[in-house]
Ligand binder design. Structure first.
Ligand SMILES: Nc1ncnc2c1ncn2[C@@H]1O[C@H](COP(=O)(O)OP(=O)(O)OP(=O)(O)O)[C@@H](O)[C@H]1O
Ligand SMILES: [Mg+2]
Length: 291
């Protein structure tokens, strides 16, 4: 599925008072199989934009086109669209309500009217796709799980719908390091299955370790859409939208000044480690006389 946002503008209607547009002339193309991130300060319009993708909000101007069709055109089925685009809202675990993990993950597929044997296959696959042991977790009470496990079960509920396009709003908010890594792993795996993934996140370290293409939004306008390398070279832009460079890149910059690494394009600790391992570490650190 290809998705295009064309000249989209939107304001929340408020009685009796003039409201500023929350989204202002947004243009964005998302191709099938892409993995990209949307970043921007609080209140910049990220969640509002996400709600437009499946027609939960209707633009005042402009269009959302899916495979070249306007999603609000007569005859276009928003119900079908919502089967193809899975939205994981912020703190999705607050929606868990069943008395077992299995039932919670099965809720969506059952709602699609799928036969019970197909539901069973999807539930098992989705639970495994969020890296939880199916046999161990299927009968657990969601309420009794850890925060990270609850988050994963909630994500599994959306994955069980097998969306072609997965959109997640701050999926790691409030999670500890291992919880963040688990979510990162889930997203990488889902993308590797040929799906399209849009990650909305404040966690710049996470985002840069996962994607190349970054879209920056601030005050309802797209300020940047391109490769992260270009973004992190643009100090002026970063400052104006209040984004910091990832901690890995800050480390790379100081290692580069010392001459210990040559490349600036190292976005994960493993990348840095690999570069340091290539003899440079031996030359610059291990060769120092021991005192
Ligand atoms: N239902 C609503 N009615 C009126 N204004 C709203 C509504 N929802 C959001 N807004 C306003 O729209 C703007 C964009 O909000 P949005 O939630 O899209 O931002 P965001 O980028 O997702 O922020 P955050 O990073 O904090 O989640 C904000 O100024 C917000 O106050
Ligand atoms: Mg938001």
């Amino acid at each position: 599925m290809n998705l295009q946002i064309q000249n989209l503008s939107f304001r929340f209607s408020s009685f009796g008072s003039f409201s500023e547009p929350v989204l202002n002339d947004i243009n964005l193309n998302i191709e099938e199989g892409e993995f990209l991130a949307l970043v921007g300060p609080s209140g910049s319009g990220k969640t509002t934009l996400m709600q437009h993708l499946t027609g939960l909000l209707k633009p005042d101007a402009g269009q959302i086109r899916v495979d070249n069709q306007d999603i609000f055109a007569k005859g276009f089925s928003l119900t079908e669209l919502r089967k193809k685009i899975g939205l994981v809202f912020q703190f999705p675990e607050t929606q868990l309500f069943e008395d077992s993990v299995y039932k919670d993950v099965a809720f969506g597929p059952r709602n699609l009217g799928l036969p019970e044997n197909e539901v069973a296959v999807r539930v098992e696959e989705a639970i495994e796709n969020v890296r939880l042991d199916f046999e161990k977790f299927k009968n657990r009470i969601p309420f009794h799980l850890s925060e990270g496990e609850k988050r994963r079960v909630a994500i599994a509920g959306v994955l069980a719908l097998q969306p072609e396009f997965l959109v997640l709003d701050e999926p790691t908010a409030g999670l500890d390091y291992s919880g963040v890594q688990a979510v990162a792993d889930i997203l990488k795996h889902y993308h590797s299955m040929g799906r399209t993934v849009l990650l909305i996140s404040h966690n710049i370290d996470l985002v840069t370790s996962l994607v190349d293409r970054m879209v920056v939004i601030s005050d309802g306008k797209i300020r940047f859409d391109g490769h992260k390398k270009e973004l992190f070279q643009n100090q002026k832009l970063l400052q104006s939208v209040g984004l910091s460079i990832p901690r890995t890149l800050a480390l790379v910059n100081s290692l580069k000044q010392k001459g210990w690494v040559k490349s600036s394009e190292l976005y994960s600790i493993n990348d840095i480690k690999r570069e340091l391992d290539q003899g440079i570490l031996a030359k610059h650190i291990l060769a120092q006389p021991q005192t």
